[in-house]
Design a protein around this ligand. Sequence first.
Ligand SMILES: [Zn+2]
Length: 403
Amino acid sequence: MPKSPTVDGQSAGDSRRRSLSALLRRVHLGGPVSRAGLAEWLGVNRSTVLALTTDLVAAGLVREGFPELTGRAGRPSLVVRPATDRAYVLAFDIAVDRLVAARVGLGGEIQDRREAHRARAGVDLDAVVRVLADFGRDLHRTATPGAVCVGLGASYCGMIRPGDGMVRFGPDLGWVDQAFGAELGRRLDLGLPVLVGNEAHLGALAEHQRGVGVGVRNLVYLHGDVGVGGGIIVGGELLGGDGGYGSEVGHMLVNPYDGRPCGCGSRGCLEAEVGERALLDAAGRPADLIGRDAVREVVEAADRGEPAARDALRTVGDWLGIGVANVINLFNPGMVVFGGVLREVYRGAATHVQERIAANVLPVSRTRAQLRVSALGDDATLVGAAELGFARLLADPLGVRVG
Ligand SMILES: [Zn+2]
């Protein structure tokens, strides 16, 4: 039977699915909200909200109840909450120093997690997938009886082909064209695909949806580990580029003539000048010293007044300021967020970053761009992976079977 057309050519079914999607997304990301609040937010009347919530209650995705007593007179509007114990995703984070798996309930709460330290080099696909699949099966097995896994999402510290989770280039692990998403999905054997995203892209989305950048429609997120990843949100959408490999702020060329060599094969990229090694070398730390703790130690040493550490943060802060000045001039963001180890670097070098921005950013853009550190911290990329896992359910709430 053909769908009934509406004035704008969309079927009534499409319109209803979009409304259900918007409502569930609002409750999932924003938490409990009254029916009256939902009606206002969706721009519909209360009877429409009643019909939509009734469908979502029947599907086991939300619950309704009375709000906490407010002391105000009158009959309170029912509050709609996500059914956190009915639907969950498994989220995975393949970071430079660690492998993480988590079970995340609808509404975004991390219910349980497993974590392993990861050696930086010489780890093959099989070893990584084996650890993550064991974690994932364990988290699946220990979920609340009757809860349904609605998606699988993973964050990977490299360049990912959208669609199939192929790692095109993972310089840190030395991976080129490794079928990571497909292999993890096969090992988990849950009948669901593993959606994989670049860590900085997912960190940007997570900060935009649940972190420091909620409500900021134009946002640049910089994620520091060994290098620097970037995620750029324009008009509320991630800027993926033609092949999904965009937003690579870390490989913005800032020092082409006498710059440091970069892991990508080029020279003088932003990440070569502000990455972990650049800071540790500038501070005169030994070549075998690596990791976030080593970066944190330099920032603490600078706080205590150690000249080499202060000079290192001035140099790195100036390069970071150059990179940030360029992205502010290009994208006119409302916020620039420093995540991963760049949280520590920015705390130690904020003055130098801000001086460069004051000197080189167009005043009309400079006054709008707030500089912030990540609110989600080390879990930003994991939270982004979980949201990737929820995407299918949120797009079509009644199309995914729950209970
Ligand atoms: Zn590079």
